[in-house]
Design a protein around this ligand. Structure first.
Ligand code: SF4
Length: 363
């Protein structure tokens, strides 16, 4: 009897959209998205994870458990150059020990190996042709670029919308259309349509608004639940938010700009310190030089590459006279604590800006 495959993967921001489109266009199988991340997801993941593991592992594990409980029987995991590289093996083992029965696709190679992935996917859909697979790969690349561009604009402007909820409503419509695409030409027309609609959302943005850059570890940067919706909190205070890291950056820039990023990070860094550490240093320096009012550095508790770059950020803060606020997130992080510290940071940035303005007027 043939098995009906139900595919699932962990959440990370809105990237479920391109992954779901890719799975739908190549695997001819059902997608079983994990429910949206809630406290329960994190509790489930934490309960079954080793204590010392970094928090993205716990979120991913919670997502898997919830998806398996909803009937998923194929799980996909990626991997990277730090502890993320070991996530898949350990998570698979934990889930099997919990008694779940599933297929596990481990895409942990750091180098791009489309033929290897093609073979994996063919196990699920024997009718899959290499042409269709490569086309879908190209489509997902393009789709991610469109998604990220849309989000960048929102991040910079949502704090200044005149009518509450305008951007969120538009974003919902955009996502609903984006997830249905099958062809590049559909993507092009969606991109043109929504770029225009975005620009039409009425905003009232002062030229000298507060501008804050966010740097740090990739998961907490991209999954809003894991950072207690920090970007939304900043927007509520009328702050323009800049963040360089997203999946487009990982796919299109990180590897081939590696030498350049290290150059940017000089004289503070001479060597790569793993994961996103060099990016955090280089981007902080760029933000400081561009005259941003403040920087927020975020990381999961115990994330070694980001811990290594913190003393360097202190130096940048001193040299460029730019305040940096640090957050470390874990399963125990209190949302109220985060909000209180953000409130204080915001007040301090406002006071500094006011003081600098007065000083300029006097001189
Ligand atoms: S970058 Fe840090 S938090 Fe993220 S997986 Fe690696 S060690 Fe863990």
């Amino acid at each position: 009897m043939s098995v009906e495959y139900k595919i699932s993967f962990p959440h990370m921001g809105n990237y479920y959209i391109p992954i779901a489109t890719f799975v739908k266009n190549t695997l001819n199988a059902k997608i079983c998205l994990p429910p949206k991340i809630t406290k329960k997801t994190l509790e489930l993941g934490t309960k079954h994870s080793p204590d010392f593991v970094c928090v993205p592992f716990k979120y991913n594990l919670g997502n898997y458990i919830e998806a398996l409980e909803n009937g998923a029987n194929v799980l996909i995991q990626a991997g990277g150059g730090c502890r993320f590289g070991y996530y898949s093996e350990v998570q698979e083992e934990i889930l099997r020990n919990l008694g779940y029965n599933f297929k596990f696709f481990n895409i942990t190679s750091r180098t791009f190996k489309p033929l290897l992935y093609y073979k994996m996917f063919k196990e699920i859909n024997p009718m899959l042709t290499i042409k269709n697979f490569l086309y879908s790969f190209y489509l997902i690349y393009k789709q991610i670029a469109v998604l990220d561009k849309f989000e960048d604009y929102i991040r910079e402007n949502i704090g200044f919308q005149i009518n509450d909820g305008d951007f969120k409503r538009l974003e919902k419509k955009f996502h609903d259309e984006l997830i249905t695409i099958e062809k590049i030409k559909d993507l092009k027309s969606i991109s043109i349509k929504y770029t225009k609609l975005l620009k039409e959302v009425p905003i009232n943005k002062p030229n000298d608004c507060l501008r804050v850059g966010i740097v740090g570890e990739i998961y907490v940067l991209m999954e809003p639940f894991s950072s207690c919706f920090l970007e939304e909190e900043l927007a509520k205070k009328g702050i323009e938010v800049k963040r360089y890291i997203n999946i487009s950056y990982l796919l299109f820039s990180k590897e081939h700009k590696k030498t350049n990023t290290l150059k940017l990070a000089k004289p503070y860094l001479q060597y790569n310190i793993g994961a996103d550490g060099v990016d955090s240093v280089a981007h902080s320096k760029v933000l400081a030089k561009k005259g941003f009012d403040g920087i927020i550095h975020i990381k999961p508790f115990g994330c070694t590459p980001e811990i290594n770059c913190m003393p360097i950020l202190e130096k940048i803060s001193e040299d460029y006279k730019i305040p940096i606020l640090y957050f470390s997130f874990d399963s125990q992080t209190s949302e109220t604590g985060v909000k209180t510290r953000l409130e204080a940071f915001h007040d301090m940035l406002l006071m500094r800006k006011e003081k600098n303005k007065k000083w300029k007027e006097l001189t």
